[in-house]
Design a protein around this ligand. Structure first.
Ligand SMILES: [Zn+2]
Length: 245
């Protein structure tokens, strides 16, 4: 609905000023509204045809763009349109030509709208309820970047989305990949620590066997800290290559 987009934008503009503390409830009412809406559609006597759905989507998108024009998001915030497609959020600028394409793939009755100042703030809002219900995230009001990585991974920022603080929204995915790479090497380190000593002996001892394992994964993108590549385990030696020293 046109007015709900404006309300969502307003709510977010008021509550989402900072990126570190996107807390409380701005996103929840928007999502609940969106999620419950499709349930009523199948009950209607006549299903809308694909063409009718497309027309309705286009009208809703135009309404959303008009709402944002009338009632812009706060300075530093970016107006966004989003929808859930196969369990992942797709995020666009409202005026992106691809909004209608993703809308047709979603089961939303209309694309939803919000404003966010950063990709992190957008991910926090979009996944707010799942993060709160997660039993693996210790502090649901302030998850770490590693804890957020899984939600970043399931949030697809289209190329049209650029946040003021980010080089591009793709940097979010890059950060998530770093978190994934670190998690994998940590798991490898734990497995190596429990490896049968006879296997290590056969490969020339603990250090030699560990060096082999490290060499296999030296290319994983673990990210950098203060200009030095991050090696997240003590159980395996840092790869012995010039780019790791
Ligand atoms: Zn787009």
């Amino acid at each position: 609905m046109a007015s709900s987009a404006a309300t969502a934008a307003r709510t977010t503009a008021r509550n989402g000023k900072t990126t570190r503390k996107t807390t409380t409830k701005p996103a929840t009412p928007v999502k609940e509204e969106v999620k419950t809406a499709p349930a009523t559609a199948p009950e209607q006597p006549k299903q809308p045809t694909k063409a009718e759905r497309r027309e309705a989507g286009k009208t809703a998108i135009e309404g959303m763009i008009a709402d944002f024009a009338k009632d812009p998001v706060a300075d530093g915030m970016v107006p966004l349109s989003f929808m859930l497609v196969n369990g992942d959020f797709r995020v666009h600028r409202p005026d992106c030509k691809s909004v209608i394409t993703d809308f047709m793939k979603s089961d939303y009755t209309e694309p939803a709208a919000m404003g966010a100042a950063s990709a992190r703030a957008a991910v926090l809002e979009l996944w707010d309820d799942q993060i709160r219900e997660s039993d693996t995230i210790a502090d649901a009001t302030n998850p770490t970047e590693d804890e957020l990585a899984v939600y970043y991974g399931a949030t697809d920022f289209h190329g049209c989305v650029k946040f003021p603080g980010d080089a591009d929204a793709g940097s979010v995915k890059r950060d998530a990949k770093h978190a994934l790479a670190r998690a994998m090497i940590e798991a490898m380190g734990a497995a190596y620590a429990n490896l049968d000593p006879k296997v290590k002996e056969a490969l020339g001892g603990d250090l030699a066997a560990g060096a082999i394992a490290s060499a296999w994964v030296h290319h994983l993108p673990t990210g950098e800290n203060a200009g030095k590549r991050i090696w997240p385990t003590d159980s395996l030696p840092r790869p012995d290559r010039s780019d790791w020293r």
